[in-house]
Write a protein that binds this ligand. Sequence first.
Ligand code: FAD
Length: 426
Amino acid sequence: MKNNPNDYDTIIIGGGPAGSCAAAILGEYGHKVVILEREKFPRYHIGESLIPFTFQPLERIGMIPKMRKSHFVKKYSVTFVQPDGKRSQPFYFFNRYDRETIAQTWQVLRSEFDQMLLDNAREKGAEVREETTVKKLLMDGDTVVGVEATDKSGKTYELRAPITIDCTGKEAFTSNKRGWRMNDPYLNKIAVWTYYKGSKRGEGIDEGDTTVAYVPDKGWFWHIPQHDQMTSVGIVAEGKYLTRDGVKDPKEIFNREIEENQWIKRYLSEGESTGQYFVTSEYSRHSKYCAAPGLVLAGDAFAFLDPVFSSGVMLALKSGHLVGEAIHEGLVAGDLSPNRFEEYGKAIRFGVENMRKLVYAFYDPKFSFREVIKKYPEAAGEITDCLSGDVNKDFTGLWDKIREFVPLPDDLPYGEPLEAEEPAAA
Ligand code: FAD
């Protein structure tokens, strides 16, 4: 344990799911770990629908009892709705998994969920400094040895550690600064969303169903029922489609698009928008490398694919989990060289690539889950596995079936080596 108050075993930039998960693991092992978080929590964040395989990292950091006690709406399924309002059979997770554990997940309010995760990290021994922004990485040659942080009074100070985790989410602090950022050549979507109070929702186990409602050839709506009769609802499509005819106002865009899906129109007609509308710029990107000397990237700061199958928080927690364990092993071994993170980087990259194939298929106008399942009934289970986030599974069989309906790229765009394998390219 370090004695100098400014020396840590690990510095984590960003207190979202990835940062809080890694901090909880390292704190629990007894390492001296600090999270530096720009905002004061609870803070707003999009990304509210969890998927079953979020269970393992949440269980690892002791969050499951807290989630069970929470008022978050329980989620058992995902359903797809055609533009004419026809619903698919829900993909119920309990058709594949244990109903008492992983098959049931949650629709969360991120301000509350992220606060719970951050408090959990504190309980496990992590120090958290909110309203603290990291502006610079401290270098010794090509090795990151700490950070320069600024607190809310404007005071700037230095903290040092043998390893820093970049968990800055879409800010992607390192990949932007080092030119590692790679945009997805096929996904260039934006989202416009709002919240409705008292709108229609399913009943019983269908209350917490995530509905994905198609907009023909253009995109889709999400419909995520939350507690207190609130529903998160948004549209995802290319920016040039949503802002066609020069319309830029998110409220105007949203209200125009509701007309494009009969189910969404009907479900929202019973409720009222909170009047607050949000918009995001293009978000699909990937860092070329996941680690460099003294540095590792986790969560969205490493990669973010697309919101359609709600995999973001699961991947962020999973990466926080894997990085936390890898750092613990490295601290014990006295070796935190980048190749310690090679397995981690490969696992997350493989998971993202798996999910990416289903995302590409989903956005192909000729693709339909129904047609694939009609020809290959066993594909229903494989698709449920992918939608549940079992992303490290070998889905070769599923991709071969889907390829009969739509092309899927063999060579995905992120086959670059990790910096761990190619240190000269820092
Ligand atoms: P974040 O949760 O973004 O946390 C990063 C933290 O870092 C923030 O708190 C930020 O304040 C802090 N930070 C940034 N820069 C600095 C700095 N320089 N210094 C200090 N602190 C800093 N995922 C799902 O699972 N389900 C969904 O339904 C879903 N829907 C989505 C819809 C849309 C439109 C989008 C764009 C994303 C959606 N996601 C969804 C993805 C999800 O939001 C992210 O994958 C998830 O939040 C990633 O967690 P993270 O910990 O990596 O980053």
